[in-house]
Design a protein around this ligand. Sequence first.
Ligand SMILES: [Zn+2]
Length: 319
Amino acid sequence: MNKILCGVDIGGTKCSIALVNEKGKILDKIHTCAHIGKKEQELIKVVVENIKRIIRKNDLQESDLPGIGMGFAGHIRFPDGVIITTSNLKGFKNYPLREAVQSHFEIPVILDNDANAQALGEYKFGAGQGYNDMIFLTISTGIGAGIIINKKLYRGMTGTAGEFGHMIVEPDSELTCTCGNHGCLMACACGMALPYLFEKKLKEGKKSKLNLPPNFNMSEINGQLLKKGLEMDDPVSKEIILDSGYYIGLGIYNIFQALNPPLIVLGGGLTNWGDIYLKKIKSTFYELARDMIFDPIEITISKIIGDAGVIGAAALTLE
Ligand SMILES: [Zn+2]
């Protein structure tokens, strides 16, 4: 029988539980929002019940699975599966999530940061196949990343390696990151920065073709709206997309100098900005790296089809 993997992606707005085949294709998936606003013990109950449900629903036994992989947005102490911090869900500070879920199952439960899980998913099932080393960056509301070295996730001593979103790219920036520092890549170049950047352009006197109503709530400026702006040839949207591309290119240059990877894969919602975005990322990188590139490096978009979070979580059970 082909291997069936189980992945759980616990996010701030939804929790997905899926069975995935060994090619990374989702066989069955459950979404729930029942975990939101719940205390730790109740969240565990929601997660455990849904894992058991999906196993039963597909006529499987727990022992048919190699394990249960869980991805969680936050700092995870990988060796003991403890959530150190998370900004997406209340509570959970220094919480032993892996142990709590493990106590309900015989098969191994693995817990990792969601971006690490996605990096591994990309490596096993997506653009990373065939490589020994790669970097994965996911660019959406925030920026997450994962490092594959020698066919394995590199996690560092705690498990928090690859927090490239907190790499400082503009120390004098007015933009404050969720970490409290100024000018982190995440603060300058992803979803959370878009309302500020849009307003700033308007204050500079630039005119947007998006024609937002006067009472428009600027916090609703997001990647999708700017994509619409781009299609309308809106100069403000285009400038922000290019600025973001510049910062991501700069970040990739720094990563390249530190790790010299042959492949960088970009995922996350903002990659939907398409060619113009990827071109700016690449041109910035190549301008900075100039003659310091001695072997080809590929910068490409994620090849994972479907829910990358839950597919990545399932990939954790293949490690
Ligand atoms: Zn930061």
